[in-house]
Design a protein around this ligand. Structure first.
Ligand code: SRM
Ligand code: SF4
Length: 611
């Protein structure tokens, strides 16, 4: 089972971290690390629950449905049978389990229901996704990267990991949650990879299934001259809460469904707060001027319903942010309906409980049972809007403007600049992460950042070094100056690896963007035009967020086999006046017909003209 390439990773090109390089991270042999101290957080009351809740705590500390009859979907049944975090984190549980699985012939795994569920479902609690398209026993590994911040040492290690698996298998993707997924991994190698990642300060815990996903923040936090709030420490603090100090947090590892959290850093709202289950929007207490957040809840995208986040009419101090998240998450855990998976996200729970009851229950679970109203604080965003107007609603022109983080930009620190590099569709090949690490060390501070638009930022480059920086081969490959459509391109994984995909996305998305960039030019002042591709209605590529959105589907063509095609959406608005892109055309086959239709939209709605 999965025996190919199972030599220990230490033997590959991978540098193992030394004690000094991983001991708190002040100085590594690759240069100084950015150390972000998490903010002190008032500890959430992890056991809070209610007499009429649907779940209860087991003696082992995990949470389970009290009434089996409520487990109305197969995933709930799997969770009831055996709690994943308990199974995988219990004394050496992960190593033991992978040992057992790797010594079982693959065929026998699928004749044993428990083993099959562990390999296909429970391992996702460790970030391991079985990818049969990549071959039996091959996994994708999803990380957690709070605020999308990495250092060069971590990048080099991860490049070593994927390089080992060869050109076909070993690759990585920047994801739409400002995160990385590594591919090609065998289960034999997983324990060592996970423990090395942990020694480098990265956990993969609770990154899949019914857990809180990567906590997103502003990609230019701490360097943005127009910043309202530096999101990094808060993303780190919330990640530590979510994973209980990277140890696994049983209090929130059995939610009714996945859960997204972001912290907003500027008026541009690079984090897309409207599609997060919790969005923390910076505000200041009217009473004592203390920093904190207005809270929005329930935003999400899904095949049958998309909803913008709604205000919880609440203000929390910075120090209470984790407690607030726990109050919301535990309410969701205890009362969220566990019926059909399509109806189990937070907004469905809010609907089911009723907004007022939901808010009241969340308030009851806050320290002191008190959740101040939003009116007790003033948002920090309007000032920023005065400096930088976003989302002007212009009837003739659908485009939402926001600053582009791509290109070369002055930081708020004198003499320093950041470079926003375009990684088309977020695809990274073997060698790319080492090359990025090298330029980060040579020209910057050893830091590499990711964006939810699947791009990369290298911060802290002295101005006088920028010309030399731009000459570097990896900067030519991931140019900071792409065409308008390649710049705004986002695409989910698609059929190359994803079992749910109906079409190949990344290659088709890039080809179309490049072809139209060659043909069209856009009005002055346009930064990027956002085309968002998803390979199926799960819309991981956030199709409803795009100026133009694509959702993969198969199209029947008379007298032929079905071909790959898309449902076409238009008019997604981001920022402070968000709007979902709407369906404008159905079942358009990929190719010339699609190109002509997208071109017409870009010319009619986004002011494009033929070059
Ligand atoms: Fe997603 C399931 C990939 C962001 C909505 N998503 C999947 C799976 C795990 C499907 C599968 O069976 O394997 C995909 C893994 C494919 C692979 O091998 O890469 C997958 N989702 C992705 C990523 C990698 C897309 C990308 O190329 O960037 C993103 C990983 C983010 C991360 O780092 O954690 C990703 N997924 C999203 C987003 C966007 C976002 O978070 O802003 C969404 C829509 C927003 C939302 O959730 O509200 C999204 N993914 C889904 C859904 C539908 C959820 C729902 O409520 O119905 C599924 C299906 C499911 O959960 O049953 C899904
Ligand atoms: Fe897979 Fe569909 Fe998500 Fe794309 S949108 S990654 S095809 S589940």
């Amino acid at each position: 089972f999965g025996s190919a390439n199972s030599a220990p990773l230490a033997a590959a090109t991978v540098e193992q971290p030394t004690a000094s390089s991983s001991s708190g991270g002040l100085e590594s042999r690759y240069g100084p690390k950015t150390v972000i101290k998490p903010l002190p957080q008032n500890p959430p009351n992890l056991d809070v629950t209610s007499a009429d809740a649907f779940v209860g705590k087991t003696p082992q500390g995990s949470w389970q449905l009290l009434d089996e009859g409520r487990a109305k979907n197969p995933f709930e049944k799997t969770k009831l049978q055996n709690d994943a975090l308990e199974l995988l984190k219990r004394n050496g549980g992960f190593d033991e389990l992978t040992g057992e699985l790797t010594s079982t012939p693959f065929e026998d795994i699928y004749t044993d229901e428990e083993k099959a569920k562990t390999i296909d479902v429970r391992l996702k609690w460790m970030g391991l996704f079985h990818r049969l398209k990549a071959g039996k026993g091959r996994f994708m590994l999803r990380l957690r990267l709070p605020n999308g911040v990495l250092n060069s040492e971590q990048c080099r290690y991860m490049d070593g990991v994927i390089s080992k698996y060869g050109e076909e298998q070993g690759c990585a993707d920047v994801t739409t949650r400002q995160n990385l997924q590594l591919r090609g991994i065998t289960l034999e190698d997983a324990p060592e990879i996970l423990s090395t990642l942990e020694s480098l300060g990265i956990t993969t815990l609770q990154s899949g299934m019914d857990n809180v996903r990567n906590v997103a923040g502003s990609p230019i936090a701490g360097i943005d001259p127009q910043e309202v709030y530096d999101t990094r420490a808060m993303c780190q603090a919330l990640t530590e809460y979510v994973t209980q100090g990277y140890d696994g947090n049983p209090a929130i590892s059995n939610l009714p469904r996945k859960f997204n959290i972001c912290v907003v850093g500027s008026a541009d709202m690079f984090e897309h707060p409207h599609i997060n289950d919790i969005a923390l929007v910076p505000a200041k207490s009217n009473d004592n001027g203390k920093l904190g957040f207005h809270v929005e809840v329930g935003g999400f995208l899904s095949p049958i319903r998309c909803a913008d986040a709604i205000p919880l009419d609440a203000f929390v101090d910075e120090g209470d942010a984790a407690a607030l998240c726990h109050a919301i998450l535990s309410t969701f855990r205890d009362y969220g309906v566990r019926g059909p998976r399509t109806k189990t996200r937070l907004m469905w729970c809010i609907d089911e409980m009723g907004y007022d009851n939901f808010r009241e229950e969340v308030a009851r679970r806050m320290p002191g049972g008190n959740l101040p109203r939003a009116s007790e604080a003033t948002t920090l965003l309007p000032d920023a809007i005065a400096h930088h107007p976003i989302d002007p609603i212009d009837e003739s022109h659908h485009h939402s403007t926001r600053r582009s983080v791509l290109g070369i930009h002055d930081q708020k620190q004198d003499g320093l600049q950041w470079a926003g590099l375009c990684v088309p569709t977020g695809s990274l090949e073997s060698g790319d992460m080492t090359a990025l690490a090298n330029i980060a060390d040579k020209f910057g501070s050893g830091e590499v950042r990711l964006t939810v638009d699947q791009n990369v930022i290298i911060p802290n480059i002295p101005k006088e070094k920028m010309d030399a920086f731009l000459e570097e081969p990896i900067v030519q490959k991931f140019t900071p100056f792409p065409g308008m459509l390649v710049a705004g391109l986002v695409s989910c994984t698609g059929a190359r690896w994803c079992p749910q995909a109906q079409i190949h996305t990344k290659s088709n998305a890039l080809e179309l963007a490049q072809r139209l960039d060659e043909q069209l030019s856009f009005p002055e002042g346009t930064n990027e035009v956002r085309m968002h591709w998803s390979g199926c209605p799960n819309v991981c590529g956030q199709s409803q967020v795009g100026d133009v959105g694509f959702i993969g589907t198969s199209v029947k063509v008379k007298g032929q086999d079905a071909v790959e095609g898309v449902n076409l959406l238009e008019g997604g608005r981001i920022g402070q006046a968000p709007a979902e892109a709407q369906l404008v055309d159905k079942k358009v086959p990929l190719g010339d017909e699609l190109e002509q239709k997208v071109k017409a939209i870009l010319m009619e709605k986004y002011g494009a003209v033929e070059k």
